[in-house]
Ligand binder design. Structure first.
Ligand code: XCC
Ligand code: SF4
Length: 629
């Protein structure tokens, strides 16, 4: 029990989040002394000013070095100046993100290969149509059994990682004008892994020495993620688990059910979570749940795994990144199953206050204090059963007095793949293009990314989305941004009343929400495919479209890669939190200005979502004018 004064608790709750059920749960945590991300953020204050400006380097053992101009420390031991140190740190961050997405993409492509070889456990091909369509893009013969096509397509996808062809096949999906810009700028990715490896080479002491040269390679690395690794992740997930179609479900901490076994699926790769769903739905497990005193098994998503399951199966979601500790604090969570990315290493510590079991599953992400059940495509069925059984048997260990379910969930509609959007519009994107041309819809914005204690939880996402739809701008969202909108009630057709008259009319006629949930973070690749299709319909490059990107609460290296491939693809992108680059005016100028001359797009940084909306609206109106619409 904490002795914190109730007034202090109230103030902290109000400054931490706008998610109503999270507020109640944070209050509960503060009273009970359960540590959360916000407490740790406070403990870290003040943060190191050299690191936050990007002016420290610990890349080699001649250092670590810091640039402190007022003390005449203007170069590291090796001679690197502020611009180079900042650029190197940023390239390192971006590359880590590209690697994370792409390694996820590789794992799922390897699963497809095992399916093709008939060696996987329990996986099948759910979307044969998509399999055949993509096989044709790769010139793979399709007059054969799906399984044979899957085998060859998996090999073609895996080849993209280390290909010696010198270019990625999937980049051909970009409009000609966009592709030409990449060629001209020398940033056409030559292979997914290759650009990542080369980036790591360039950040080695004594290799990259020019900040701009380093950062242009960052764009190439990021393009290999967006149009390569992430796009493969999305496409193979659709082939194996189905291409999403509109689906209704529920969101926020209220999805926890007191009388059922509650299992959250947290992390990123659907190859694990889809198998858990199969196992949990089996009669054996349902019977076991009843035997243990529960009325059933309640699967709940978190973060991007949650987005994948919501999009394809309508599984409810407990929330986004900053809901991960709060869901444990309900005291009614029997197990949390994780794979990788965005999983707080402290979760077992949080869970130790309760009966909750954290079950880690990836060799790459073993977590001290968690139960470990190794999961692979070869043992998937068996491992999933073991995991679900562990959760079910833990139900009886709950401490009833400690259960705290803060309220009721909110309805959402998700599942807007590009295929689903096209279908909703009657089979082509022409109606959307017409609505944009006539001005009923002014443009579209992709809002993506995370939560970050530097921005009030969900405030950045929700405020920006509301402001944009009010101005007749359609929002398409992924990741934790989409979940923020869901909890705030923006992901239902009823939210149309918040939109301007033009957008409202279109949404009502088509029966869609003004904010479209397009999936997980790797599904930002769906946004690229949508942009390419819109640009091709109009016969222009992506950079000419009245569109923008935004990451109002980003924190992760993956978000840096996403932002960079948006910009490299021609999309003006506004970041909420400032990246750690303020120590180099030259780097700032390149990213927020100079890139315009290279890729016809640039970054902006604006933590205030209302001001970010102004920047975006101005940009969209300029692009409309240039198109003469
Ligand atoms: Fe992670 Fe993908 Fe960010 Fe959410 S949005 S905090 S990266 S879970 Ni991707
Ligand atoms: Fe210092 Fe250069 Fe080594 Fe970085 S690479 S730690 S700046 S000597």
């Amino acid at each position: 029990m904490s002795l914190m004064n109730p007034k202090v608790i109230h103030e902290k709750v109000e400054e931490r989040t706008i998610d109503e059920l999270a507020k109640k749960t944070i209050e509960h945590c503060l009273k009970e002394g359960i540590e959360t991300v916000w407490d740790r953020s406070e403990m870290q204050e003040p943060q190191c000013k050299w690191c936050s400006t990007g002016l420290s380097c610990s890349r080699c053992t001649m250092g670590p070095c810091r640039i402190i101009p007022e003390r005449n420390r203007v170069r590291g031991v090796c001679g690197a100046d502020a611009d180079l140190i900042v650029a190197r740190n940023l390239l390192d961050m971006l590359t880590t993100g590209a690697a994370a997405h792409s390694d996820h993409g590789r794992e799922i492509a390897e699963t497809l290969l095992l399916v093709g070889k008939g060696e996987s456990s329990g996986y099948t091909i759910k979307d044969t149509e998509k399999l055949f369509a993509i096989a044709e893009e790769y010139n793979i013969p399709t007059d054969r059994a799906a399984i044979e096509v899957a085998h060859d397509l998996a090999l073609a996808f895996l080849d993209e990682f280390g290909t010696i062809k010198g270019e990625l096949e999937l980049c051909r999906r970009a409009p000609d004008a966009t592709y030409a810009i990449w060629e001209e700028a020398g940033i056409l990715p030559r292979g997914i892994d290759r650009e990542i490896v080369e980036a790591m080479h360039r950040v080695h002491m004594g290799v990259g020495a020019h900040y701009a040269n380093m950062l242009l390679h960052g764009l190439r690395t990021a393009l290999g993620d967006g149009w390569g690794g992430s796009m493969i992740g999305t496409e193979v997930s659709d082939i194996l688990f189905g291409t999403p179609t509109p689906v209704e479900s529920m969101m926020n901490l209220g999805v926890i059910k007191e009388d059922q076994v509650n299992i959250t699926l947290h992390g990123h790769n659907p190859m694990l979570s889809e198998m858990i769903v199969e196992a949990a739905e089996s009669e054996v497990m349902q019977a076991l749940a009843k035997k243990n005193g529960a009325t059933g098994i309640n699967l709940i998503g978190l973060c991007c795994t949650g987005n994948e399951l919501l999009m394809r199966r309508g599984i409810p979601m407990a929330g986004n990144h900053f809901n991960q500790e709060l869901v444990i604090a309900t005291g009614a969570l029997d197990a949390m199953i994780v794979d990788y990315q965005c999983i707080f290493p402290s979760l077992p510590r949080t869970a130790s206050c309760f009966h909750t079991k954290i079950i880690s599953t990836s060799q790459k992400a073993k977590i001290p204090g968690s139960y470990y059940v190794e999961f692979s495509p070869e043992n998937a069925t068996e491992a999933a059963e073991t995991i679900v059984m562990t959760a079910v048997e833990n139900f009886k260990n709950r401490i009833p007095e400690r259960i705290f379910i803060p309220g009721k969930p909110v309805a959402v509609t998700a599942g807007f793949s590009v295929e689903a959007i096209t279908k909703a519009l009657g089979g082509t994107l022409q109606p959307l293009v017409d609505a944009i041309a006539s001005g009923k819809i002014r443009g579209a914005v992709g809002i993506v990314g995370c939560n970050n204690p530097k921005i009030k939880h969900d405030y950045g996402h929700v405020t920006l989305a509301k402001e944009l739809i009010k101005h007749d701008i359609l929002c398409v969202e992924t990741g934790c941004a989409a979940v923020a909108s869901g909890k705030a009630g923006l992901l239902t057709p009823d939210a149309c009343f918040l939109a301007g008259d033009g957008l409202k009319g279109i949404c009502k006629a088509v029966g869609i929400p003004p904010v479209l949930h397009m999936g997980s973070c790797v599904d930002c690749s769906r946004i690229l495919v949508l942009l390419a299709a819109l640009a091709n319909t109009l016969g222009v490059g992506i950079h000419q479209l009245p569109v923008a990107g935004a990451a109002p609460e980003w924190y992760s290296q993956k978000a840096v890669s996403i932002g960079a491939y948006f910009v490299a693809s021609g999309v003006y992108t506004v970041l909420g939190p400032m990246p750690n680059i303020s120590g180099s005016p030259a780097v700032i100028d390149l990213l927020t200005n100079g890139l315009e001359g290279v890729v016809n797009a640039k970054f902006a940084v604006e933590p205030d979502p209302l001001k970010a909306a102004e920047l975006i609206i101005t940009h969209i109106e300029e692009k409309r004018k240039a198109l003469g619409i």
